[in-house]
Design a protein around this ligand. Structure first.
Ligand code: SAH
Ligand code: SF4
Length: 361
């Protein structure tokens, strides 16, 4: 069997190597984390970039079996934040030199929704003299819609594959055309063709998921050549169908730790991409995102959603920062990032180096 240190020193990794890295414990786990930290610093540097997250609507036409704001959850009070509130949050991001914002919502494909996102993108560009970078995370849309939003100024898009194993995907989504694995893959292709920096990712610690699945997820990310990844632990929500399988889950602490090992392993596999420290890590461990930054992540998404709406955007239980307002978030983040030995890339878009490298190939 290969020595673990020899595995870490490689530039290419087999499925078996990846599984060993994901299972690393004790001294091997420490070695994995320090190799990933060193690789991160050498390739993308010490900077961490902020993306102000605005969860502008929880209206959703989908019924993903894991998600607290799924269409069929009648306990959720549906909201659409007013333009003024969304723009005020973006202005806060701009004035505090966050560099970029992420507009996230449930998935709708009505012309009203498409027009609204389009007009928000244009208004955010206007209010910031074109300075704020805009990432969208509004689900599966047509090529025409993705093109239109790109033309209006959005330049990154997040759409998680959730699991790259079609069988597992089918177990965590309703079995119908509106929740098709193929469609999701097609959307990732469309986004790339439209010119976006594309971000995807998976949930870690899902019921039925194996270490082999997670290793395959990492190989999938590499194969489709993504620019950015956001992945975090799956956290059960009691008002969802997947909750009935909670007995199959690893403990939250185990899912958290697996999340960190996924981040570190991905940093070694794809050294020049942007990797977000997922909010779901912070839901399990208050310093979770900072721990992820230490071992490979370089993006943090402080929540700028107007506080009145936060409790209605509970994708999973114990989602953090329920009653914080935006400036508290910034203060607490800054202190913690310093602890992690990083610098904040103020006022910079912090685009994925991988995207730049890909364009110059
Ligand atoms: N509607 C959009 C964006 C909002 S959901 C979309 O689905 O792409 C954003 C992400 O939240 C999803 O991609 C999913 O990975 C994550 N999520 C949803 N429910 C979750 C849960 N119970 N635990 C952890 N992450 C969850
Ligand atoms: Fe809707 Fe996204 Fe939740 Fe699925 S994961 S139900 S698309 S908000």
């Amino acid at each position: 069997m290969k020595k673990f240190d020899d595995i870490l020193a490689q530039l290419e990794f087999s499925r078996e190597d990846l599984i060993r890295m994901l299972e690393a414990e004790g001294a091997e786990r420490t070695a994995l984390f320090s190799a990933a930290a060193a690789r991160k610093e050498a390739v993308v540097g010490k900077k961490v970039y902020f993306r102000g997250l605005v969860e502008f609507s929880n209206e959703c036409s989908k019924d993903c079996l894991y998600c607290g704001i799924r269409h069929s959850n009648a306990k959720v009070v549906r909201y659409e934040a007013a333009d003024n509130d969304i723009l005020a949050a973006c202005r806060f991001a701009w004035e505090n030199k966050f560099g970029s914002v992420v507009l996230q919502s449930g998935e709708l494909a009505t012309s009203f929704f498409i027009d609204r996102v389009d007009s928000l993108v244009k208004k955010i560009k206007e209010l910031s003299n074109g300075e704020l970078g805009i990432t969208l995370s509004c689900g599966e849309q047509s090529r025409e819609t993705y093109q239109r939003w790109f033309a209006s100024g959005a330049h990154r898009y997040l759409l998680r594959i959730e699991s790259s194993n079609p069988e597992l995907y089918a177990k965590i989504h309703p079995n119908n055309d509106h929740h098709s694995f193929e469609k999701r893959l097609e959307c990732l292709r469309l986004l790339k063709e439209c010119g976006y920096q594309v971000g995807t990712g998976v949930m870690i610690g899902l019921p039925f998921q194996t270490m082999g699945d997670l290793a395959d997820d990492l190989l999938f990310l590499k194969r489709i050549d993504v620019d950015m990844v956001g992945m975090g632990p799956y956290i059960e929500h009691e008002d969802t169908p997947l909750y009935k399988h909670r007995d199959l889950l690893k403990t939250k602490q185990e899912r958290f730790d697996l999340g960190l090992r996924m981040v570190a392993t991905l940093r070694l596999l794809m050294p020049d991409i942007n990797i977000a420290a997922a909010t779901a890590l912070q839901a399990i461990d208050p310093a979770g995102r900072e721990k992820a930054v230490k071992i490979g992540a370089n993006i943090i998404m402080p929540n700028l959603t107007p506080s009145a709406f936060r409790k209605e955007y509970q994708l999973y239980e114990d989602k953090p920062c329920l009653d914080e307002d935006a400036d508290q978030c910034r203060n607490c983040l800054e202190a913690r990032i310093e602890l992690a030995g990083s610098e904040i890339g103020y006022g910079e878009w912090g685009d994925s180096k991988h995207f730049e490298n890909r364009r110059h190939d």
